[in-house]
Design a binder for this molecule. Structure first.
Ligand code: HEM
Length: 147
């Protein structure tokens, strides 16, 4: 396979991984919104714990790892990124922010798992908007490359 074809395959795998990661980043805070109103110890709360653990460990951690793997692979491929343009650095800052959100969610999942959540559903509703905003900015940066 030529390196141009390989580049397209890596990019496809990068986008697939991004979609899986984003699905989790949208869904986990949604689960927290409902979990926050479920009485601790109730069957519903216990079901949310199982859903949250599996979503994070089976989907979100691997998808984030794959996003980084294929993203760094693309960035390391000669000729793919013009390092004199600004968008790639802005993108990397926003990816770092997305990663912070990921690990905050992982931290809050542990609190829920131990029946130690102290935050109201409204807090998680607001958290839910952050990955959406970051995703919009990242896609505009990588596609439009405005600077
Ligand atoms: C370590 C993290 C990441 C690195 C190093 C990275 C790097 C890259 C590189 C070098 C490209 C190729 C750009 C081009 O062909 O012009 C790319 C494409 C892309 N990246 Fe990332 N990326 C990362 C994470 C993300 C995340 C978190 C998202 C979305 C939330 C994302 C969305 C995209 C999209 C949509 C494309 C396709 C753009 C196109 O069609 O040209 N990336 N990435």
């Amino acid at each position: 396979m030529g390196s141009a074809a390989l580049y397209l395959w890596i990019k496809a795998l990068h986008i697939i991984s991004v979609i899986a990661w984003m699905a989790g980043l949208f869904y986990l805070p949604r689960l927290f919104v409902y979990h926050a109103d479920a009485p601790p110890g109730s069957p519903m709360a216990e079901t949310f714990k199982v859903m949250e653990r599996r979503l994070l460990k089976i989907i979100m951690h691997p998808a984030m790892g794959a996003t980084y793997l294929f993203g760094i692979w693309l960035a390391a491929t000669p000729g793919v990124v013009d390092w004199h343009t600004g968008w790639i650095y802005a993108k990397l800052v926003l990816v770092a922010a997305m990663t912070v959100v990921h690990f905050l969610l992982a931290h809050w999942r542990k609190e829920f798992a131990a029946d130690r959540n102290r935050r109201a559903a409204r807090f998680y509703r607001m958290v839910n908007e952050v990955p959406t905003l970051l995703l919009i900015l990242i896609v505009v940066l990588v596609v439009v490359k405005p600077f």
